[in-house]
Design a protein around this ligand. Structure first.
Ligand SMILES: *Cc1c(COP(=O)(O)O)cnc(C)c1O
Length: 458
């Protein structure tokens, strides 16, 4: 097989500041061993998130200059609207400043006390917006999705039988909407099959409940369907995407993912009365319906990005290059969630450091060492992010201790990724030298963003 080459040339470059190991050791101490508190310019390769970190194309930048900044009826809005309509088939397209703003509007109207909203796995902002409305967010992921070591094609699927039972038990009148997240971000970026979306729709129809798609990574999901699901190998990614959305009544989207922009999002739907309510709320919280929370130029960039994301040479490179990093790690014996997801590799920190107690944050210890050894910034998704205390103040760990390597779109070349692999492998080879961590500061909520640590003394 030939080398996967980036399907683009570089026209504009942004320098990376190189630092020495000594400088990084100092930076890490100053930031309390928390990479969220490190200045971005002190990072060599930044894999903290794939959200809003994409490189825009020449045509997107041209669109920025070409944006129509009229308050009402901007040309850029109509281009954005027709692009989103063509993909989703939805009648009403409402621009928002990012994904969570679309969620906030939708759940402010559909949520509320006594309501339940099922999903394969809710993303944190989706869960937060549902719970903020007083409703309950329910995850109904298929069993295979809960086992990192099992290789399967569609580990992001909804457990359709569990959904049916849940609706029966809870009462359809208490479930205003069912969501399905593609790809399943909180479940390792694993895809959902077309069959599963169709079956989820069938259950929704049985009880008369609308289905909405959390569409942040719809194109990556469609690419997986094309290559893993029978009957789709000769369909275009656009056709597959259109079929996905045809089973839904609407969608929320963060354009910071598969629309290849740094800010933006939308809510799309078919129900006219609901659309009217959403637009009224939009005017209060985001802006007039033809710009939402965005400038005209942002709408141009989103529309152009949505055209580009459907380019199958791009998607091939995207999925293969994420897999490339995953394969380098597994070849070196490093445990990861299998198979690699679309936008990130998730390292299994418990397998990496089996002797470190989870109360000493093995994931965070790996994150810190990756920064010291190579200036690589990644994020812990484990006890630091989701750990709790029981009534005696003992640490209660989540099911998995993960370290996420999220790959920004079109930003890093293969040599950057080779470098990341070399850094991880070096850390793995010296893993018995890693020290656990303990808190020196811990906020009462969302503690991972601001926490400070020090190495545990032996
Ligand atoms: C990023 C994301 C969101 C929220 O979008 P923002 O633009 O960050 O507000 C919602 N759902 C999923 C699956 C996401 O990945």
């Amino acid at each position: 097989m030939k080398t996967i080459i980036e399907p683009f040339r570089i026209k504009s470059v942004e320098p990376i500041k190189f630092t020495t190991r000594e400088e990084r050791e100092k930076t890490l101490i100053e930031s309390g061993y928390n990479p969220f508190l490190i200045k971005a310019e002190d990072v060599i390769i930044d894999l903290l998130t794939d959200s809003g970190t994409s490189a825009m194309s020449a045509k997107q930048w041209a669109g920025i200059m070409n944006g129509d900044e009229s308050y009402a009826g901007s040309r850029s809005f109509y281009r954005f609207e027709s692009t989103v309509k063509n993909i989703t088939g939805n009648k009403f397209i409402i621009p928002t400043h990012q994904g969570r703003a679309a969620e906030k509007i939708l759940f402010a109207i559909l949520g509320g006390e006594g309501k339940f909203i099922p999903n394969n796995t809710h993303f944190d902002t989706t869960r937060a917006n549902i719970e903020f409305s007083g409703a309950e967010a329910v995850d109904l992921l298929v069993e295979v999705g809960k086992h990192p070591e099992i290789k399967a094609d569609f580990k992001g699927n909804m457990d359709v039988d569990a959904l049916d039972n849940f609706i029966k038990k809870t009462g359809a009148e208490n479930i205003p909407v069912v969501m399905i997240t593609i790809t399943n971000n909180s479940g390792g970026g694993q895809p959902v099959s077309m069959e599963n979306i169709r079956e989820t729709r069938r259950v929704c129809d049985k009880y008369g409940i609308p289905l909405f798609i959390d569409a942040c990574r719809f194109a990556e999901n469609a690419y997986f369907i094309k290559h893993r699901e029978k009957g789709y190998e000769n369909k275009s990614v656009l056709e597959i995407s259109q079929e996905i959305f045809s089973y839904a009544d609407g969608a929320t989207m963060s354009a910071k993912k598969d629309a290849l922009v740094n800010i933006g999002g939308f809510l799309s739907l078919n129900d006219e009365e609901l659309a009217m309510k959403c637009r009224n709320l939009l005017i209060v919280t985001e802006g007039f319906p033809t710009y939402g929370g965005l400038a005209g130029r942002d709408l141009e960039a989103v529309a152009q990005g949505l055209d580009e994301i459907l380019d199958e040479d791009y998607l091939h490179y995207r999925i293969k290059s994420t897999e490339y990093l995953g394969n380098k790690m597994t070849d070196a014996g490093i445990p990861i969630i299998e198979p690699p997801g679309g936008h990130a590799i998730y390292l299994d920190a418990k397998g990496f450091l089996p002797n470190m107690p989870v109360s000493q944050f093995p994931g965070q210890a790996i994150v810190c060492e990756l920064y010291i050894v190579g200036g690589v910034r990644v994020v812990e998704i484990g006890s630091v992010m989701f750990g709790k205390y029981d009534e005696n103040g003992n640490h209660v760990a989540p099911a998995m201790e993960l370290v996420r390597f999220a790959i920004p779109r079109r930003v890093y070349t293969q040599s950057h990724i080779d470098y990341v692999a070399e850094v991880v492998i070096e850390v793995f080879q010296n893993r018995e030298k890693l020290k656990g961590l303990e808190f020196t500061y811990e906020a009462p909520m969302l503690r991972h963003f601001t926490a400070k640590f020090k190495p545990v003394d032996y």
